[in-house]
Ligand binder design. Structure first.
Ligand SMILES: [Zn+2]
Ligand SMILES: [Zn+2]
Length: 115
C-alpha cells in the first residue's frame, strides 16, 4: 500500500521527520555530550564540574553584611575580620574579591583540551 505514496511525499515526510528529530534531539544531544564528558572527566570533586567554588565567607553573595544578618544566619565560626578598617555595614568580601566565587583550582589545573 506504500506504492501509492509519491516520491515527493516521501521526501516531504523525510525532511519533516528529520527537522523534527533534529529540533527535539538537539538539547538532548547537548546534555548527552555534557554528561558523557563529565563522566569521562570524572567530575570534579571540589566544584562538581561547575568550575566555580562558592565563597564560604560571603556565601556566594560577594558581600559581607555586618550586623543585622547574624540573627538570621547561624554563625558557625566568628572570625574577627583581619582588617578592622571596614566601617560600612556591607563590605565587599575580601576573600573572593566580591565575586562570590572562585575559579576551581582543581579544574584550572587541567589543561583545557577543548577550545
Ligand atoms: Zn566571598
Ligand atoms: Zn573543579
Amino acid at each position: 500500500m506504500f506504492e501509492n505514496i509519491t516520491a515527493s511525499e516521501i521526501a516531504g515526510y523525510a525532511v519533516g521527520a528529520l527537522m523534527l528529530s533534529a529540533t527535539i534531539s538537539a538539547p538532548k544531544m547537548d546534555s548527552f555530550i555534557a554528561s558523557s564528558q563529565r563522566s569521562s572527566m570524572g567530575m570534579c570533586k571540589r566544584c562538581g564540574d561547575l568550575k566555580l567554588i562558592a565563597c564560604s565567607r560571603c556565601k556566594g553573595s560577594g558581600l559581607i553584611k555586618e550586623g543585622g544578618l547574624f540573627s538570621l544566619v547561624p554563625v558557625v565560626d566568628q572570625n574577627p575580620s583581619r582588617d578592622g578598617k571596614s566601617k560600612s555595614r556591607s563590605s565587599c568580601c575580601s576573600n573572593c574579591l566580591a565575586k562570590g566565587h572562585f575559579a576551581c583550582p582543581e579544574c584550572s589545573k587541567i589543561p583545557s583540551s577543548q577550545a
